[in-house]
Write a protein that binds this ligand. Structure first.
Ligand SMILES: *Cc1c(COP(=O)(O)O)cnc(C)c1O
Length: 429
């Protein structure tokens, strides 16, 4: 594969951008190669600056569920563009997207738009603290909620990990208010939430974890979480930045039939443009300024281009049968992966899948939490990643991320990706 142009650009980028990238995983460090620079993408395909073509399973880390350049999304953006790109005043499109979000998500009565998933989670915990008058946030080891200070708590073991900074620059004073406990561990969850001395404002969770690779919740885990938080007056926040509009139009809360108090959205909701959102019960949302005292604002929030892309995307997703078709494709593809793994690396991999998000972990498994995910052989994943890239398949440059199925991938694309997987696994043996 020719990669001269990407190499040149990476050398240039490293001189003016830290690490040459604007988000760290893109640097491909953990898979042992340099990043390819992208020229364009269309449908299920992504093309680098050297003219190489790939079937895309990253989908911009989730947003491109319709594939790249979906005609309806492009048309909506183009039409809106002609009227100007930002006004700092309300526009009709914001109402349209808000109404679509509220209609789709069972627990959301009001929604506020921001410009990233990080902003959504950061604002949601501020609101939870303002609403409850309490301080502490409970999260789960291996869950990612963006890069705000409160969430960068190193995952720890033990019954209850009092945070230590997971990043220089995050003060102990902030981190001590974030408790990180193991995912899928109902006993620790109960013990933590029932501890009256802890002053817990909220629990924030990825209802399906996607940022330690895909890890499904045990059925009892989310149900217990909902029951105890209700009992203790703690707000339950679903971080559906990945799962929202991915598992179902109504996200994980519809998929598992559980209603959180607040929901954070991002990725798909912007149709490829920068949008985040948080929403929930009216009574809680009306604590946000200007109605209530909890401050949150944004110069570019509700940006018309981003709203237009979001509206067009959600309208496509609302078509009857969309998620059933996606599920069929994902299930077929996963079965194919499973069969190849059993043939070449029997007992050495674990495939976790929920709907159209999945991860093949290079470990016997099962993978149910951060500790078991960390058992994966990242060296082997790196070799697999490089094999696949060389064969024209674009996977996430980390073992601890999801592969996403999009509506744009045809059965032929998926069959081709399976053939290449078989080729790679043969080489791995
Ligand atoms: C991506 C992600 C975020 C952060 O969103 P950004 O738009 O990258 O700030 C938050 N939570 C989850 C679950 C995510 O996957």
């Amino acid at each position: 594969m020719k990669i001269e142009r990407s190499k040149e650009l990476f050398a240039k980028a490293r001189k003016c951008i830290p690490g040459g990238v604007n988000s760290p995983v893109r640097a491909c460090k953990s898979v042992g190669c340099d990043p390819l620079f992208v020229a364009r993408a269309n449908g299920a395909r992504i093309y680098d600056v050297d003219g190489n073509e790939f079937i895309d399973f990253v989908c911009s880390w989730g947003p491109m569920i319709l594939g790249h350049n979906h005609p309806a999304v492009v048309a909506a953006i183009t039409e809106t563009l002609a009227d100007g790109t930002s006004f700092g005043a309300p526009t009709p499109k914001e109402i349209e997207l808000a109404e679509l979000v509220i209609a789709a998500l069972p627990s959301v009565e009001k929604v506020r738009f921001v410009s990233s998933g990080t902003e959504a989670t950061m604002s949601a915990i501020r609101l939870a603290r303002g609403y409850t008058g309490r301080t502490k946030v409970v999260k789960f080891d291996g869950c990612y909620h963006g890069h705000a200070d409160s969430f960068l708590v190193k995952a720890g073991s033990g019954v209850i990990t009092l945070g230590i900074p997971g990043s220089p620059g995050v003060p102990e004073d902030i981190v001590k208010n974030t408790l990180s406990i193991p995912y899928n561990d109902v006993a620790t969850l109960e013990k933590t939430l029932r501890d009256e001395s802890l002053d817990i404002a909220c629990v924030i969770v990825e209802p399906v974890a996607g940022n330690m690779g895909v890890v499904a919740p045990h059925p009892e885990f989310l149900r217990a979480m909902r029951a105890i938080t209700t009992e203790r007056g703690i707000l339950l926040i679903f971080d559906e930045v990945i799962t929202g509009f991915r598992l179902a139009l109504g996200g994980a809360q519809q998929y598992y039939d559980i209603r959180p108090d607040l929901t954070c959205l991002g990725k798909i909701i912007g149709g490829g443009l920068p949008v985040g959102a948080y929403g929930g019960k009216k009574e809680i949302m009306d604590h946000i300024s200007p109605v209530g005292p909890v401050y949150q604002a944004g110069t570019l929030s509700g940006n018309p281009l981003a709203m237009a892309a979001g509206v067009a995307t959600l309208q496509e997703l609302a078509r009857p049968g969309f998620y059933a078709a996606l599920e069929r494709k994902a299930a077929g593809f996963a079965a194919g992966l499973q069969a190849i793994a059993e043939r070449y690396l029997p007992g050495q991999t674990t495939l976790n899948r929920v709907g159209s998000m999945m991860t093949t972990f290079f470990t016997p498994g099962p993978v149910t939490d951060f500790a078991t995910a960390m058992g994966a052989d990242t060296g082997r994943y790196g070799a697999h990643f490089r094999n696949m890239l060389a064969q024209g398949v674009w996977l996430a440059p980390s073992q601890f991320e999801a592969a996403f199925i999009s509506a744009a991938q045809s059965e032929a694309d998926l069959a081709a990706a399976l053939d290449k997987t078989e080729w790679s696994f043969k080489k791995l043996v």
